[in-house]
Design a binder for this molecule. Structure first.
Ligand code: AP5
Length: 221
């Protein structure tokens, strides 16, 4: 029999580095990265009714209603690739009802990663963030500037990446984080996210390696 694939949740304040760490985790462990915010932005881009509704909440930095968020995430986790390779759920759940909603469909994580970053750093990370629409890569004007002029010319900025909007997002995060954390206390690792991204990844990598070893020995026993 094969080892049961990894099922990971990653959480943290806006711009704490979730997407950045997910790129590194995906590259090493081959998990399917499911980012609630990316699914919502794809829904907006498709022009659907759900997308239009979602955007109203996202512009205010508030949580999109459960009937949109829960179904969207559940559908993505049910796809064959997530089932076969394992999943890395980014930015979900953000409330008690989202956690119970997903659990009702049988999705439960092995590990809950919390990225801890001080608030003064978050604003700087948000306003400097840029995205490459071609590769999906996340850049930062100061910390990870684009490699070439060609890439620099095509970088885009998210509509909610202003200082004013990130403060609203942070407020929403602070209101909900304790409730969500209390649900996953037994499987949570807290990661120091103020460090350079490679150092942050070392902390996560160590935990994932250990978890995989535990799964392997459980299978052999
Ligand atoms: P979402 O897209 O999830 O946004 P967020 O939680 O605010 O997080 P971000 O994507 O802004 O940041 P990140 O932690 O991924 O940081 P990144 O790696 O890019 O959600 C957007 C909105 O959608 C929400 O406000 C809500 O309305 C809605 N939504 C989403 N999920 C929902 C849900 N479950 N239910 C209901 N509504 C939902 O890094 C940020 C920057 O910092 C980058 O420029 C990066 O290069 C840089 N950086 C990263 N790491 C480091 C480092 N170690 N050192 C220096 N710079 C770094």
């Amino acid at each position: 029999a094969n080892v049961d694939p990894l099922k990971i949740m990653i959480s943290g304040a806006p711009a704490s580095g979730k997407g950045t760490q997910c790129e590194l985790i995906k590259n090493k462990y081959g998990l399917v990265h499911v980012a609630a915010g990316d699914l919502l932005r794809a829904e907006i881009a498709s022009g659907s009714e759900n997308g239009k509704r979602a955007k109203e909440y996202m512009e205010k930095g508030q949580l999109v209603p459960d009937e949109i968020a829960v179904m969207m995430v559940k559908d993505r986790l049910s796809q064959p690739d997530s089932q076969e390779k394992g999943w890395l759920l980014d930015g979900y759940p953000r409330s008690l009802s989202q956690a119970t909603g997903l659990k009702a469909y049988g999705f439960e994580p092995d590990l809950f990663i919390l990225l801890e970053v001080s608030e003064d750093i978050l604003v700087e990370r948000v306003v400097g963030r840029r995205l490459d629409p071609v590769t999906g890569k996340i850049y930062h004007l100061k910390y990870f500037p684009p490699e070439t002029e060609e890439i620099a010319a095509r970088l885009t900025q998210r509509f909610d990446d202003t200082e004013e909007k990130v403060k609203l997002r942070l407020h929403t995060h602070n209101q909900n984080v304790e409730t969500v954390l209390s649900l996953y206390e037994d499987i949570t690792i807290k990661v120091k996210g103020n460090a350079p991204k490679e150092d942050v990844f070392v902390q996560i990598d160590t935990a994932l390696t250990k978890l995989l070893e535990q799964k392997k020995s459980a299978l052999a026993a």
